[in-house]
Design a protein around this ligand. Structure first.
Ligand SMILES: [Zn+2]
Length: 77
């Protein structure tokens, strides 16, 4: 797979995903992703992107200000 920004080589590695929901910040660690070796652009597979959305919508309903979650275990740290 090639980077859609610069056509650089994509490397599979876990990254940290951060979402700022305004009154809440969600951090998901160890998200399986593809990182461009040239420009550093991060992309996720459809499945991973969907799981991230699910996770965020769950957090949105809780009164937490900062949530740190491990992608694999789904455990809130
Ligand atoms: Zn790139």
């Amino acid at each position: 797979m090639k980077c859609f920004m610069c056509k650089g080589k994509l490397i599979d590695k876990p990254t940290t995903f951060l979402a700022d929901l305004g009154d809440c910040i969600v951090i998901v660690k160890n998200v399986p992703s593809q990182v461009c070796s040239q420009c550093g652009e991060i992309s996720y597979s459809n499945e991973v992107a969907r799981k991230l959305e699910e996770t965020i919508s769950l957090i949105r309903r809780s009164p937490t200000e900062i949530a740190i979650i491990n992608y694999d275990t789904k455990k809130v740290a």
